[in-house]
Design a protein around this ligand. Structure first.
Ligand code: HEC
Length: 152
């Protein structure tokens, strides 16, 4: 379906076709890791040292937990590239399993935040950091065999 918005341009009435948005990646993998995964997981990790003081701060923790769960969608949407220009391996079974780990960890932290107890959140932080490192161990930190490191 195509929608039209009416704009007044210099007194004239103009009909402009408004294309509907199609999901597509806009940033590279490193950018969404730094921009979304890192700050939101830090909000959750910080609960132990700086417990939320009021409802609003607890809501921030809840929202950060849901951002981690939703982040699974961002790492599995087709077409995104890594910082080095290589495609994100969204077709790989283990990649999708690691993404599912974000959903489980994010939802567990969300439930923990709803209790409003820092001790409950402390129990979800290990699974949360595991959900990051499980994937990093395989896809980020393992040195890729580069042509110039081959033994001659
Ligand atoms: C499904 C796999 C996967 C999961 C899950 C994942 N990451 Fe990543 N992460 C990567 C990869 C791959 C890179 C390297 C980025 C690139 O190549 O563009 C990366 C890079 C990063 C970076 C950038 C490091 C730098 O160079 O500055 C940060 C920060 C990061 N991840 C944080 C997180 C956090 C926090 C979590 C958990 C909440 C997480 N990631 C979960 C795969 C993952």
């Amino acid at each position: 379906m195509r929608f039209f918005v009416l704009l007044f341009v210099a007194g004239a009435l103009v009909a402009v076709p408004l294309e509907s948005y199609k999901p597509k990646p806009l940033a590279n993998l490193q950018q969404i890791m730094r921009g979304i995964a890192l700050p939101n997981s830090n909000i959750i990790f910080d609960v132990q040292s700086k417990p939320p003081k009021d409802e609003m701060e607890w809501k921030t923790v809840e929202n950060a937990a849901m951002a981690i769960a939703e982040f699974a969608n961002l790492v599995t949407i087709p077409g995104r590239v890594r910082e080095n220009g290589q495609p994100v391996p969204v077709h790989r079974a283990d990649w999708n399993r690691y993404a599912q780990g974000l959903v489980s960890a994010g939802q567990a932290c969300y439930k923990a935040a709803q209790t409003r107890k820092p001790d409950a959140v402390a129990k979800c932080t290990d699974p949360l950091s595991d959900s990051c490192s499980n994937c990093h161990d395989v896809y980020r930190d393992r040195p890729e065999p580069a042509a110039d490191t081959k033994k001659k």
